[in-house]
Write a protein that binds this ligand. Structure first.
Ligand SMILES: Nc1ncnc2c1ncn2[C@@H]1O[C@H](COP(=O)(O)OP(=O)(O)OP(=O)(O)O)[C@@H](O)[C@H]1O
Ligand SMILES: [Mg+2]
Length: 282
């Protein structure tokens, strides 16, 4: 795959909801309330294809809820969104995965009672959950199994999990589970990966390698949208940063425009934390 240029957003204005030259994901009026709390209230958001977009915002800003809505893990009260030019609101997670949109979880959903390799194979189904294990036994999967296993082994080596291939995932460290979850998400050869705090709980050495994996993905043409509280990481690898607060997109722009942005600083101060990166809890 030929990677698109990562500097493609150079001419894009740093304004909430701004149009992108080649948006992969387009979100319109997506809302979700829990009881009296409007967890998500996004008027318009476009995520550019082929770049790394960092999604930041204080605790409770609605980042995870937005991921849940867009990826079919929770139902939006209102709104529409499209992925790769097609309306996908209401599609189930596994169907979105087959269309190239996959996500990982803030709290990993690696299945401890399956081996590392079995977890990877489940990733190829674009589905998760032990009730889906029978999928691995279906004839269609059997036929593809060798190819699926080869892909799994390549990814496990890339994420330095190959030595753990046949171990139960329950034996992995928290950081290794995070890596496994990212590796598993890549089994479907996604167009876009959405990572919810991929670095949280990952030790510094693994962190470095995970960062490298993420930038490699983008260099290879995969679009990345990731939630991260560590502002150093956000600033280092993001081509574009979106900031949410109280369910809304309150700022977006190139990383250099974000740290000094008044709305961003106010949002973090208003959440009784310090400035971005200085007082945030993962
Ligand atoms: N299942 C739920 N039931 C009730 N309220 C919820 C639920 N999920 C999220 N919320 C609320 O919705 C708001 C947004 O939460 P969300 O988890 O999306 O924030 P976040 O930006 O991911 O925060 P963090 O950075 O701490 O992960 C919060 O007020 C949260 O308490
Ligand atoms: Mg969250």
């Amino acid at each position: 795959m030929t990677a698109p240029p990562r500097g493609v957003l150079a001419g894009t204005a740093a304004e909430p909801g701004v149009a992108k030259p080649d948006p992969l994901l387009v979100v319109d009026r997506v809302g979700k309330a829990f009881g009296g709390i409007q967890a998500v209230d996004v008027e318009h958001l476009e995520v550019q294809r082929g770049v790394i977009t960092g999604l930041i915002g204080p605790n409770g800003a609605g980042k995870t809820t937005l991921f849940n809505l867009l990826t079919g893990f929770d139902r939006a009260d209102t709104g529409t969104w499209s992925f790769d030019g097609r309306a996908v609101a209401g599609l189930a997670a596994h169907r979105l995965a087959r269309r190239g949109m996959v996500r990982t979880f803030q709290l990993t959903k690696v299945l401890g009672r399956l081996t590392v390799l079995e977890n990877m194979k489940l990733g190829a189904t674009g589905q998760r959950g032990e009730r889906l294990v029978p999928a691995l036994l279906r004839p269609a999967w059997r036929r593809q199994e060798a190819a699926i296993e080869r892909r799994a082994d390549v990814l496990l080596a890339r994420f330095k999990l190959d030595a753990m291939r046949d171990a139960y995932a329950g034996y992995l460290s928290g950081g290794q589970r995070k890596l496994l979850e990212v590796a598993r998400a890549l089994m479907v050869e996604p167009t876009m990966v959405m990572l919810d705090e991929p670095m949280a709980g990952v030790n510094p050495a693994l962190r470095q390698s995970l960062l490298g994996q993420i930038t490699d993905l983008a260099d290879g043409g995969t679009s990345v949208l990731f939630v991260e509280h560590d502002m150093d990481v956000v600033m280092r690898i993001s081509d574009w940063v979106v900031c949410m607060a109280q369910g809304q997109v309150i700022a977006e722009g190139p990383p250099s425009s974000i740290l000094g942005n008044r709305a961003v600083i106010d949002a973090y101060l208003g959440s009784q934390h310090d400035e971005p990166g200085l007082g945030e809890q993962p």
